[in-house]
Design a protein around this ligand. Structure first.
Ligand SMILES: NC(=O)c1ccc[n+]([C@@H]2O[C@H](COP(=O)([O-])OP(=O)(O)OC[C@H]3O[C@@H](n4cnc5c(N)ncnc54)[C@H](OP(=O)(O)O)[C@@H]3O)[C@@H](O)[C@H]2O)c1
Length: 256
C-alpha cells in the first residue's frame, strides 16, 4: 500500500486562503508530507509569511496574491503552480471572507453578492481552472463547506447558502473528474481561527468559547490541525474510492 509520504512527495498543491487559519494548517501538513504548495491568499503578508515558514523548515512553497472571485487572478494562480513546479495535483478551496451577520430582511444585495462571490463563485473558478490538470494527474480537490450548510447559521443566510451550494457543486465536480480524480467537501464545526475570533475583545472571546464548547461533546473547539488532518486524508492515498462526499469534522456537535 502507498504510504502518505510516497503519495504526497511528488505532488503539487494549491491552497486558497492558505495564509491563515485552516488553510495555513493544510499548507503546513502538505509541505510536511513533501508536497510543493502554492500558498494563495488575498492578504500578501500572510501568504508570504506562510510560504517563508515552509521554506525555513525545508519545504517547498511559493506565495501568490489572489482574489479567488476574479477569473484572471485565478488563472494566474494556476499558471504559477505549473510554471514553478511543473504540474498540479491537489486543490484545496479554503479562501473565505466574513458574512455580514444580518437577518435576511436587512441583508444588502452587495453584502449577499460579496459573500457568494468569494466562497461560492471563488470555489467554482478555482475548480474550473484546475480540473483538467488534476484529472490528468489523478489528484484530488477538497472544498470547504461548513456545518452551517446543514443546520443553518443564525443571521447567516449568505454564508449558509454559499456553503450549501459548495456541497452540491462538489458532487458534480466529483462526477466530472471521475474516474481519474476525486473531489470532496469538508464541513467543519467551530474552529478556533483568526476568522472565528474576528472583532471580539478578550472577554467576548472567552464568552464565545465557553458558549460554543457547551454544544461540542468532545469538550473543546476544533483546531485548524483537526481540519488539516481530514483534508490530507481526503487528498491522500487512503481515500481513493471516496468522492462526491461531505466529511463532517465537528467534535460531535452535529449529526447530519
Ligand atoms: N473557522 C471556522 O469555524 C470554520 C468553520 C467551518 C468552515 N470554515 C471555512 O473554512 C475556510 C477557512 O476559514 P478560517 O477560519 O481558516 O478563516 P481565516 O483564518 O480568515 O482564513 C481565510 C483566509 O482567506 C482569505 N480570503 C478572504 N477573501 C479572499 C479572497 N477573495 N481570495 C483569496 N483569499 C481570501 C482571508 O483573508 P482576510 O483575512 O482578508 O479575510 C484569510 O487569509 C473558510 O471557507 C470558512 O468559511 C471555517
Amino acid at each position: 500500500m502507498t504510504s502518505d509520504r510516497e503519495w504526497f512527495a511528488d505532488r503539487v498543491a494549491i491552497v486558497t486562503g492558505g495564509g491563515s487559519g485552516i488553510g495555513q494548517a493544510i499548507v503546513q501538513g502538505l509541505a510536511r508530507e513533501g508536497s510543493a504548495v502554492v500558498v494563495a491568499d488575498v492578504v500578501p503578508a500572510s501568504a508570504a509569511q506562510t510560504a517563508a515558514d515552509v521554506a525555513r523548515t525545508g519545504g517547498r512553497a511559493v506565495d501568490v496574491v489572489v482574489d479567488v472571485s476574479k477569473e484572471d487572478e485565478v488563472a494566474r494562480m494556476v499558471k504559477t503552480a505549473v510554471d514553478r513546479f511543473g504540474r498540479l495535483d491537489l486543490l484545496v478551496n479554503c479562501a473565505g471572507n466574513l458574512p455580514a451577520g444580518k437577518p435576511v430582511v436587512d441583508l444588502a444585495e452587495a453584502e449577499w453578492r460579496s459573500l457568494l462571490d468569494v466562497h461560492f463563485t471563488g470555489t467554482f473558478l478555482c475548480c474550473r481552472a484546475s480540473m483538467e490538470r488534476i484529472a490528468e494527474a489523478g489528484g484530488s480537490i477538497v472544498n470547504l463547506s461548513s456545518s452551517y450548510a446543514f443546520k443553518g447559521r443564525p443571521n447567516g443566510a449568505d454564508y449558509s447558502a454559499a456553503k450549501a451550494g459548495i456541497f452540491g457543486f462538489t458532487r458534480i465536480v466529483a462526477s466530472e473528474l471521475a474516474p481519474q480524480a476525486t473531489a470532496n467537501a469538508l464541513a467543519p464545526g467551530p474552529i478556533d481561527t483568526p476568522r472565528w475570533r474576528t472583532g471580539l475583545d478578550p472577554e467576548q472571546l472567552a464568552a464565545k468559547r465557553t458558549k460554543r464548547v457547551k454544544d461540542v461533546p468532545m469538550r473543546r473547539l476544533g483546531r485548524p490541525e483537526d481540519i488539516a488532518d481530514a483534508a490530507l486524508f481526503l487528498l491522500g492515498p487512503h481515500a481513493r474510492w471516496i468522492t462526491g462526499q461531505v466529511l463532517h469534522v465537528n467534535g460531535g456537535e452535529f449529526y447530519p
